[in-house]
Design a protein around this ligand. Structure first.
Ligand SMILES: [Zn+2]
Length: 294
């Protein structure tokens, strides 16, 4: 785990949270969109069958061979490559899944579990050191009923994620708000970092029960959820570290510098100078200001 931190997501914070968060996945989506849209897969190969348990390697290869990419999109933290043959390739990066853009003749990198030859003499590969990543090819028309996607809440940037929507789901839960916000069936996109950041900006105590949040504060919370995610996406835009990697990782320090509470235990709150506290909720660290977030 420590060795992974050197190269892992969020620098030293990979201890706590190896998972890329939504802004990072969005950067991968944008990178893939630029590389793949309009291109054709000459050939695809599933090298580790366990990466796509629902599609045996032969089917995986057959369904992608010759398919033209229409677009690359995102649903929660799933990457969706929509194909002209009516199929969609779904990928979840989990902890260490990454895409690399190589030349056709290049040797694969260590831990390459899938490779895709493109019609422009390029080769896209998927590496996954820890084997938690997931791929699946589904019919695009049936995407909403795919088990990985069917229960996901509305996207934070969609109009569906309205104040009314958020208030309605809050009212139905007695869970602590921090834990509630990590549940992707209620709110999509917040991971452990941005949930602390959004609650700090909204001045809400992470231990408050969801159903005790007023309509007014739910509205404030909603706008901060959108704001922290948007800012993270904006500041991630120019942080490619390995030119072959498809926007997989943040550069050192850039995003971290914008965190106001996350990983700042004992340091002064940027609003009021009170030392930031760390508590454990549902086995994961939460950071908050006991003064601003009463
Ligand atoms: Zn404070």
């Amino acid at each position: 785990m420590i060795a992974m931190n050197i190269l892992g997501y969020h620098g030293a914070l990979a201890f706590n949270d190896g998972m890329p968060e939504l802004p990072e996945v969005e950067m991968v989506v944008r990178g893939l969109r630029g590389l793949l849209t309009g291109r054709r897969f000459i050939k695809a190969r599933l090298i580790r069958a366990g990466l796509a348990p629902e599609n045996p390697p032969r089917q995986f290869a057959a369904w992608l061979k010759g398919a033209t990419v229409l677009d690359v999109a995102r649903r929660g933290k799933h990457i969706l490559v929509h194909l002209a043959n009516g199929k969609t390739l779904i990928t979840h990066l989990r902890m260490t899944g990454r895409f690399y853009n190589l030349a056709e003749g290049d040797e694969n990198l260590p831990h390459t579990h899938a490779e895709f030859l493109l019609d422009n003499r390029k080769k896209l590969i998927f590496t996954d050191q820890r084997h938690f990543g997931m791929m699946m090819i589904a019919r695009t028309a049936e995407l909403e009923s795919v088990r990985h996607l069917e229960k996901l809440a509305p996207e934070p940037f969609d109009p569906e994620f309205s104040e009314k929507y958020l208030l309605d789901v809050l009212k139905r839960s007695r869970q602590e708000i921090k834990v509630f916000l990590l549940d992707q069936t209620r709110v999509v996109g917040l991971g452990n970092i941005y949930v602390s950041e959004a609650l700090h900006r909204a001045r809400i105590n992470p231990r408050l029960a969801a159903n005790r949040i007023s309509a007014r504060r739910a509205g404030v919370l909603r706008s901060h959820v959108i704001e922290v995610l948007q800012e993270a996406i904006d500041s991630a835009a120019n942080q490619v570290t390995d030119p072959r990697e498809v926007y997989g990782r943040y550069g050192a320090g850039a995003i971290e510098d914008s965190w106001r509470v996350y990983d700042r235990e004992g340091l002064g709150c940027m609003t009021c100078s009170t030392p930031i506290r760390r508590i454990i909720q549902a086995t994961r660290s939460t950071y908050f200001c006991p003064n601003c977030q009463k």
